[in-house]
Ligand binder design. Structure first.
Ligand code: FAD
Length: 475
């Protein structure tokens, strides 16, 4: 059994940094078998508790070693509807891999020796997709005559829709955008999440009878009470956290200061990288600064750098972050990939003011150097700006990627839905039911910005509760 983990093949930085092709290529069968053979099959596997939806990791890895890939697929699918997606985007280093017994106890994230559970999951998910493995529909006659509305087609909405459709419930998903999958499509770039995988998952849901209605904003096109008048017996809200936070500093409204949401939506959803073939452009400059240290910042920086290269501009894209790399919330792999591709990092730097030219276009970012203070509520050491340390960074495009907040389009016009001080929907944690009977919620609109697998975990819990709720209507 090899001690060192098996790396997956990747496109080299040279091959990938001027296009949007998928970077990580995944395991071959032989590589998956070798990596699976490294699993110690612990008596008391901690990795399962490290997975937000509790996939039986030990069992699916054992099934890989037995070359029973179909069984491994169905083991994963018991808990996770989208293994091809999660195998590509889960921050495993903070979740299952961190809990792996091969990770040292005091490590802030998984050690390199931990089993590459996410790559094994991806291998099995892709195997299932290529071989047409489908989870059977088992209609439940007690509830299959009911209609359920799902608002939002991100991972939470799609997961809830899939769970209910498998029981024969008639599900309609209402999506504000023209295309489904939420952040997976409008935020995460194709070089991390190939679009054919999203299309496959959505087609599969449609094959289960799920109807998806795009360009439909519940709260504007119609409202919740209309849904009940139209015959929906229950509603799931998977609205996400799609509203960007801003720095609140001078000059933030200058031209060419983007929110990461706008930038990524233009690039990924509207294919700005294919302009003028695609109709939506995005401005690209010589000196691009991306403010933030999460996945959104990495995605924005890696897109920006690719666009510089594709437009024959010498690459100069820099991440500006107030803390150090250890505190960055982004997946480790994305940080490594960004560095390999040539994204620069300015750490311990806090933006103070954007400056512009006479036409109102941004030209500079005045910043302060920082040191690290005591840990804050997030457990990460707090950045402390050093007075008088001001310096300027050249900047003709700025992308703000410092966080996202609840989308209030629907909750703003539905005061009966109780929300907290952040605008997140308040639910009963056991059932995910909101303050309105028969209306459930999950994903980022409940917990604030989280992860794909966490959103799906909540959606699955809500789907179970919706099933019980529909049973109760029969009585
Ligand atoms: P969303 O994915 O936001 O989907 C919500 C959907 O609801 C959207 O399509 C929206 O248009 C629609 N909607 C909202 N309001 C209405 C309405 N009133 N009517 C109709 N439709 C509506 N997580 C990871 O695990 N790994 C990663 O690598 C990762 N990278 C990320 C990169 C970026 C750029 C971003 C922004 C997030 C990333 N995340 C990542 C976080 C992850 O994507 C989210 O936690 C997850 O998408 C939340 O799912 P959701 O279904 O709750 O919301």
């Amino acid at each position: 059994m090899p001690k060192e983990p098996i790396k997956t093949k990747e496109l080299s930085a040279e091959q990938r940094s001027s296009n949007f092709s998928e970077v990580v290529l995944g395991y071959s069968q032989e590589e998956a078998l070798t990596e699976a053979s490294r699993c110690l099959q612990c008596k008391d596997p901690k990795c399962i508790a490290g997975c937000p939806v509790g996939i039986n990791i030990k069992q699916f890895i054992k099934q890989i070693t037995e070359k029973d890939f179909s069984k491994a697929y169905f083991t994963i699918r018991e808990k996770n509807n989208f293994p091809c997606i999660c195998g590509r985007v889960c921050p495993a280093e903070y979740q299952c891999r961190k809990a792996c017994v091969l990770t040292k106890k005091d490590s802030p994230f998984a050690s390199a020796l931990a089993i590459n559970i996410h790559f094994l999951e991806r291998f099995i998910g892709d195997f299932g997709m290529k071989n047409g493995l489908m989870v059977n529909i088992s209609p439940d006659n007690r509830i299959s005559r009911y209609r359920v509305a799902v608002v939002g087609s991100g991972p939470a909405g799609l997961c809830c829709a899939g769970e209910l459709a498998r029981l024969g419930v008639k599900v309609t998903v209402f999506e504000a955008l023209h295309s489904s999958a939420g952040v997976l499509r409008y935020g995460i770039p194709p070089f991390r999440m190939p679009r054919d995988i999203l299309d496959f998952e959505i087609d599969y849901l449609k094959s289960l009878g799920v109807e998806i209605i795009p360009n439909f904003i519940v709260g504007k096109t119609n409202d919740l009470s209309d849904l009940s008048k139209e015959g929906f017996s229950a509603v799931f809200l998977g609205l996400g956290a799609g509203v960007p936070s801003f720095l609140g500093i001078l000059g933030e409204n200058l031209c060419n200061v983007y929110s990461a949401n706008e930038f990524l939506t233009r690039v990924n959803l509207m294919s700005a990288y294919d302009f003028p073939k695609a109709h939506t452009p995005v401005n690209i400059g010589k000196h691009i600064l991306v403010i933030g240290g999460g996945n959104t910042a990495m995605d924005a920086a890696r897109c920006a750098l690719r666009l510089q290269k594709m437009n024959n501009i010498a690459p100069d894209t820099t991440i500006v972050y107030r803390r150090t790399e250890v505190e960055m919330p982004a997946r480790r792999l994305e940080i490594e990939h960004a560095k390999e591709e040539g994204v620069k990092f300015k750490l311990l730097v806090a933006p103070k003011e954007f400056k512009g030219d006479k036409d109102g276009f941004v030209t500079k970012l005045t910043s302060l150097e920082c040191s690290l203070g005591d840990p804050d509520a997030s457990g990460r050491r707090r950045p402390v700006a050093i007075e008088g340390s001001d310096f300027d960074l050249d900047c003709d495009i700025a992308i703000i990627a410092i966080g996202l907040q609840a989308n209030k389009v629907l909750t703003g016009v539905t005061p009966e839905i109780k929300t907290d001080k952040y605008g997140d929907v308040v639910v009963d944690p056991q059932t995910m039911e909101t303050s309105i009977k028969g209306v459930f919620a999950g994903g980022d609109i409940v917990g604030g910005e989280g992860t794909v697998i966490e959103a799906m975990g909540m959606a699955k819990k809500a789907a179970l509760a919706i099933k019980e709720y529909l049973y109760s209507l029969n009585k």
